[in-house]
Design a protein around this ligand. Structure first.
Ligand SMILES: Cc1cc2nc3c(=O)[nH]c(=O)nc-3n(C[C@H](O)[C@H](O)[C@H](O)COP(=O)(O)OP(=O)(O)OC[C@H]3O[C@@H](n4cnc5c(N)ncnc54)[C@H](O)[C@@H]3O)c2cc1C
Length: 476
């Protein structure tokens, strides 16, 4: 009998140990190398912790305090400068912390865990005729990552994401949780604060109505754009969303443009015929065309002409707001052992646009930069976030650049990016922070006049630098 009991106890113990180990290893995957979507800065980290439960997150912060280990926070890891990891540190992977907690149809608000993506929200709110107010052009990003960058997108009325956040809960460096609202000091530091003040747990966001839009695209010269935008886009309350492109092909380089407006359709009752959520289309063809333009001048000319004709050909096409905000992203996924695609983004006051473009063209004339695409959007003045990029009503120019992995290629790209940053700053502009941190400390401070205040807050709220990443290391 004793033997049987002993065997039973042994088996149960072994099973319990195996079970505990499988749960533990599920939550704490030991990873040796970590990088982000740029693939430019791989480093060895201690471990990745999957933050699926609030308890796990709290325990991880407390344990890191005891053992003096740095913590970085990762969403979809589409930032590009080591913002989500740090050597020998713990990476909190928030992507499994992604529940939709509640929807208030009357107030048009939603409460979600921070690892949820915009896609998760869109799928949830679309059947209720609701839509997101402000988000990036693509829907693949997490809410925590988007808040931490203070994202902006195609909508021209609501400004930056910070304007649509009602509150969030934050797990701080000391392991306690606070609710943060717009009147709190931490609100303006955490939004646009790149994960340096704690873990954003859940967020309450404002929503708006889904709407039916008609697409309108026209071609124009860069010199006419600012005037056109002020009169026909900002000046027309029916234009809800807007984007533009300026040519990076040899023909019409930084001169030819086409602009697309999403105009409120006059028969909103037909929205239900258009509101099935779309998935990426034409991914293979777009990837192929982008591949050609990485390698060949004729490829870039061809891509520009094809894109332009495609958008002009869409004139009058009707599309729901939710579908405009589900723009293609898979075609941007790019794997190559020698080179990678990176983004840079410059903000320039609307009134400065034409002279800025002239300066940029002049700056790039003697440079060998593999510049694949420039998309332009509008961001209205918004200085709420401590690291606010929109000191004025701005056009934001997103540059897609192909860059080699070799040290020489990286150094050269960094040099050109610093030159381009100077051009933006000279015209009263700034640059966006979630990308490779090629800009100097002096450029960062010029573009972000409140950065000293921001870093001072970091020292107050997280004196031991528990939350750490390469963005902070570079600019603190
Ligand atoms: C192809 C592409 C297109 C883009 N388009 C746009 C665009 O249209 N508009 C725009 O504004 N930006 C755009 N971006 C930039 C993008 O908004 C930011 O990089 C954003 O942070 C990405 O979200 P993520 O989930 O990948 O965040 P991650 O890269 O995972 O994290 C970004 C930052 O947020 C922090 N963080 C993540 N989750 C949390 C959390 N729960 N709590 C606290 N901190 C957290 C991280 O520590 C990190 O510092 C684009 C980027 C790419 C690569």
């Amino acid at each position: 009998m004793k033997k049987k009991l002993f065997a039973f106890a042994l088996c149960t113990g072994a099973y319990a140990a195996l079970f505990a180990y499988s749960v533990y290893s599920d939550q704490k995957a030991v990873t040796s190398e970590m990088t982000d979507v740029s693939r430019l800065m791989p480093v060895k980290i201690k471990q990745t912790v999957k933050g699926q439960e609030e308890e796990t997150l709290i325990d991880t912060v407390k344990e890191a305090n005891r053992k003096n280990i740095k913590i970085s926070i990762a969403g979809a890891q589409h930032s590009m400068g080591g913002h989500t990891y740090y050597e020998d540190g713990i990476v909190l992977d928030m992507t499994g912390y992604n529940k939709i907690l509640s929807l208030d149809q009357e107030k048009k608000t939603i409460r979600v865990q921070s690892g949820a993506t915009w896609n998760d929200i869109q799928k949830y709110v679309n059947p209720y005729g609701l839509a997101v107010k402000v988000m990036q052009s693509q829907n693949i990003f997490t809410i925590g990552g988007s808040l931490s960058a203070n994202a902006h997108g195609r909508d021209i009325r609501y400004g930056s994401l910070i304007d649509t956040v009602k509150s969030f809960r934050l797990l701080k460096a000391d392991g306690t949780i606070v609710t943060v609202t717009p009147k709190d000091d931490l609100f303006t530091a955490v939004i646009g604060g790149y994960g340096l003040f704690g873990v954003i747990l859940d967020v309450t966001l404002e929503l708006t109505d889904d709407e039916l839009y008609a697409m309108q695209t026209e071609k124009m010269n860069y010199s006419a754009y600012a005037g056109y935008f002020t009169k026909h886009v900002k000046g027309n309350p029916n234009v809800r969303m807007h984007l533009a492109r300026i040519s990076t092909a040899k023909k019409g380089f930084l001169k030819d443009m086409y602009v697309t407006n999403y105009v409120l359709a006059d028969h909103q009752e037909q929205l239900p015929s258009y509101n099935d959520l779309k998935e990426d289309e034409y991914t293979g063809a777009t990837k192929f065309a982008l591949g050609l333009s990485r390698r060949y001048e004729w490829g870039r000319n061809w891509l520009w002409n094809t894109q332009e004709s495609y958008f002009v050909g869409q004139n009058g096409t009707e599309i729901s707001r939710n579908n405009v905000m589900r723009s293609e992203s898979k075609f941007l996924e790019y794997e190559n052992n020698d080179n990678t695609d990176v983004l840079q983004e410059y903000f320039v006051p609307v009134k400065e646009y034409a002279s800025y473009i002239d300066d940029l063209r002049q700056t790039l004339s003697g440079e060998d930069l593999n510049l694949l695409n420039i998309t332009i959007r509008y961001v209205q003045k918004n200085e709420k976030a401590d690291l606010s990029y929109a000191k004025d009503d701005m056009f934001s120019l997103v540059l897609l650049i192909n860059e080699g992995f070799s040290k020489e290629d990286q150094a050269d790209t960094a040099r050109i990016i610093r030159r381009m940053t100077d051009v933006a700053i000279k015209h009263g502009g700034s640059y966006y922070l979630p990308y490779m941190t090629y800009q100097t400390k002096a450029q960062m401070r010029q573009a972000y006049p409140k950065s000293d205040e921001f870093f001072q807050k970091k020292r107050i709220y997280d004196p031991d630098e528990r939350f750490m990443n390469y963005f902070y290391q570079r600019y603190k």
